[in-house]
Design a protein around this ligand. Structure first.
Ligand code: PHE
Length: 339
C-alpha cells in the first residue's frame, strides 16, 4: 500500500499542465470528493495497527504534494496569460463603445437653424462680452432709459461700458453695421441676466433671435414667417400676436401658440388657457435702422427672439430649466438625434 502511495507521489511530482482545465482535472483526480486521496483515507481502517502511522504519514505526504502542485501550476499558468501582452486575450469580444449624444440645447438650436435656413436665413454670431452700444444704445435704449431694467445686467466692474450681453439682439446690430440689406439672419447664442435661479429661469441661457430687412417688409411678412416656424417646429398651426413693448421694435408683440387642452399637462402648462407664450417680436424701430446706417425711408424689417431652453422645455416636456446645466447622464442620454 505504501509503495502504491509513493508511486502516486512520484506521478504527482512529474505532472505538468498546459491549461487550467488540465490542472482542474488533475485536482479532481487527487483531491476531489471521489479522488484518490479520499480512497486512501477511507481504507485507513483496514490498515493493520502497526502500519497505521507510516500509512498516515505517506497519505499526508501525497496530499501535501498534490496541493502544492496544483497551486504551483495555477500560478505559472496565470503568469503566462499575463505575458500575452498589453492587449490581453485578442480573441475576446470587444468592450461596447458608448456613443455620445449632443446636448438637448444644441439639438433644439440646430432644429431652429435648419427651419430658418430653409427659407434663406443665414447664421450670425457675436461676442458674449459686449459694449453698451451694441447691447443697449443702438437698440434704441439710450442711457437712463427705464426699459434697460427689463433685463438685469451683469456689468464688468472695472468698465461700466462693458457687460455680458443680455440678448443676442447685439449680434443683429453688429450684422447691420457690417452688411447691407437685404438681410435675413438668425443669431443663436448664450446670454446672461442677473436673475434668481429657479425651475423657470436661469442667469445664463440661450437665445435665437432673427432679423429680416428689405424693401416693403410688413407685419404680415412677420406673422407668416412665425406661422411657418411654429408649424415646422411644433406642428401647431395656430398662433396669436399680443401687443407688447420692446424699445427696438414698433409695433411689438408677444407670440403665443395654441397648444391645445387635450391632456392634464396641457391644462397645467397653459394655465387652463390652451395658449403658450413662445417669443417676442416686432417691426424694427426706425431709430435702430438709423443707428446702423440703414435708411428707414427705404427699408423696413422685422425681428424676433426666443429662449432656446423654453422651446426645448415645451418640446420635450421638461419641468425644470436647471436640468440643462447639471450634466446628469440619465437626463442627457435621452436625447439622441441626428441634429
Ligand atoms: N431681445 C428680446 C429679448 O431678449 C427679444 C426680442 C427680439 C423681441 C427681437 C423683439 C424683437 O427679450
Amino acid at each position: 500500500m505504501i509503495d502504491k502511495i509513493n508511486t502516486h507521489i512520484a506521478e504527482v511530482k512529474a505532472f505538468n499542465a498546459e491549461s487550467k482545465k488540465e490542472v482542474e482535472a488533475f485536482r479532481i483526480k487527487y483531491l476531489g470528493k471521489k479522488g484518490i486521496l479520499n480512497d486512501f483515507f477511507a481504507s485507513f481502517k483496514e490498515v493493520p495497527n502497526d502500519q497505521k502511522k507510516a500509512f498516515g504519514q505517506a497519505v499526508n505526504a501525497l496530499k501535501n504534494t498534490a496541493e502544492t502542485k496544483v497551486a504551483e501550476l495555477k500560478e505559472t499558468l496565470e503568469g503566462k496569460q499575463e505575458e500575452k501582452g498589453i492587449y490581453g486575450d485578442l480573441s475576446k469580444p470587444g468592450e461596447p463603445i458608448e456613443i455620445g449624444a449632443r446636448h438637448p440645447i444644441s439639438i433644439v438650436k440646430n432644429q431652429i437653424i435648419e427651419i430658418f435656413s430653409n427659407i434663406g436665413f443665414n447664421v450670425s454670431e457675436g461676442p458674449e462680452m459686449e459694449d453698451d452700444w451694441h447691447n443697449f444704445t443702438a437698440l434704441n435704449l439710450p442711457e437712463y432709459h427705464p426699459a434697460r431694467d427689463m433685463q438685469d445686467t451683469f456689468f464688468i466692474q472695472t468698465d461700466p461700458d462693458i457687460l455680458l450681453r443680455t440678448h443676442t439682439s447685439s449680434v443683429q446690430v453688429r450684422y447691420m453695421e457690417n452688411n447691407k440689406p437685404p438681410i435675413r439672419t438668425i443669431s443663436p447664442g448664450r446670454v446672461f441676466r442677473n436673475e434668481a435661479i429657479s425651475s423657470r429661469s436661469h442667469c445664463i441661457f440661450h437665445q435665437v433671435e432673427g432679423l429680416y430687412i428689405d424693401k416693403d417688409v410688413s407685419f404680415a411678412d412677420l406673422k407668416q414667417t412665425l406661422l411657418y416656424f411654429t408649424k415646422q417646429l411644433f406642428g401647431k398651426s395656430k398662433i396669436r400676436l399680443r401687443p407688447s413693448y420692446f424699445p427696438f421694435t414698433e409695433p411689438s408683440a408677444e407670440v403665443d401658440i395654441y397648444w391645445g387642452l387635450e391632456t392634464e399637462t396641457d391644462y397645467r402648462i397653459t394655465k387652463g388657457t390652451g395658449w403658450l407664450e413662445i417669443m417676442g417680436c416686432g417691426m424694427v424701430d426706425p431709430n435702430v435702422l438709423k443707428n446702423c446706417d440703414i435708411d428707414p425711408t427705404e427699408y423696413s424689417g422685422f425681428a424676433f427672439g426666443m429662449g432656446i431652453e423654453r422651446i426645448a422645455m415645451l418640446l420635450h416636456q421638461i419641468g425644470d430649466i436647471r436640468m440643462f446645466y447639471e450634466n446628469d447622464l440619465r437626463f442627457l442620454e435621452q436625447f439622441k438625434s441626428s441634429f
